[in-house]
Design a protein around this ligand. Structure first.
Ligand SMILES: Cc1cc2nc3c(=O)[nH]c(=O)nc-3n(C[C@H](O)[C@H](O)[C@H](O)COP(=O)(O)O)c2cc1C
Length: 231
């Protein structure tokens, strides 16, 4: 397999005049919309994209259908600088002075979009778990905007949950979303916080159930990111 997620130092890209979009997908069927999101953002020269996939998410992009290209195909798309998996953290035995991937990705990113956000990763985020690459980036996020110079106010994380209606209606989901929106979303009245939840919509889901829980339309998600990056 090609090297999709090469090691890199964020400092090398600090003056590339691009807006750095860190784009993550987790193990929801809506991961098949990732190529659309990348094609749309990647068509604009001002954006540079790095992708993180959880182990579950990668299963949806294996070239099994026209709308599910391989990761090698996605790596070739305009604007895509790398695709990262959990094992990329440990590709080289770490020694003092070596870059740490989840920190470099955090430093590099001007914005993080997690689309789709699974019930599992949502729950882990809400309780602060950091047991994979994506969750380590989230847990190491510069929530005060004071750690990575020149990035004040805190760079934002946007999440687009997507799950079965029963998962979405589970009381735990409500509590986790509330944590993201109220504890993290409104740090102060002026900056509006560092996380925004793009709520799911109702439609017939991939499993046949009809109801809430489908990921927000990918075009609307792209628009939100574009507007944030322009502001
Ligand atoms: C075909 C398939 C579709 C799935 N779709 C969803 C989904 O839409 N939303 C969700 O939260 N979980 C879904 N799951 C379950 C997650 O993949 C599972 O909870 C997994 O542990 C998520 O891991 P991650 O959060 O690390 O990506 C699906 C599983 C399978 C096998």
């Amino acid at each position: 397999m090609d090297e999709l997620g090469l090691a890199f130092s964020a400092a090398d890209y600090a003056n590339d005049r691009k807006t750095h979009i860190l784009l993550a997908s987790t193990g929801s069927v809506a991961t098949i919309k990732l190529p659309n999101i990348i094609a749309s953002l990647g068509s604009q020269d001002k954006f540079s994209i790095r992708v993180i996939l959880t182990e579950s998410a990668a299963n949806f992009l294996g070239g099994q259908s026209a709308e599910q290209p391989t990761l090698q195909n996605i790596r070739q798309m305009n604007g895509v600088e790398g695709i990262y998996h959990d094992e990329d953290e440990w590709k080289k035995p770490w020694v003092r002075g070596a870059d740490i991937l989840h920190i470099e990705l955090r430093r590099w990113a001007h914005v993080l979009l997690i689309a789709p956000l699974s019930a599992n990763t949502l729950a882990k985020m809400a309780i602060g778990m950091a047991d994979n690459l994506l969750l380590s980036v989230v847990r190491a996020w510069d929530t005060s905007g004071t750690i990575d110079r020149g990035k004040k106010p805190a760079p934002k994380i946007f999440v687009a949950p997507a799950m079965n209606t029963a998962m979405w209606k589970n009381p735990l989901t409500g509590r986790h979303i509330e944590t993201l929106e109220t504890s993290w979303g409104f740090q102060s009245e002026t900056d509006g916080g560092w996380i925004t939840v793009l709520k799911p919509m109702a439609k017939e889901l991939a499993c046949g159930d009809v109801g809430d829980g489908a990921m927000e339309d990918w075009r609307k998600i792209v628009k939100v990111i574009e507007e944030y990056c322009e502001a």
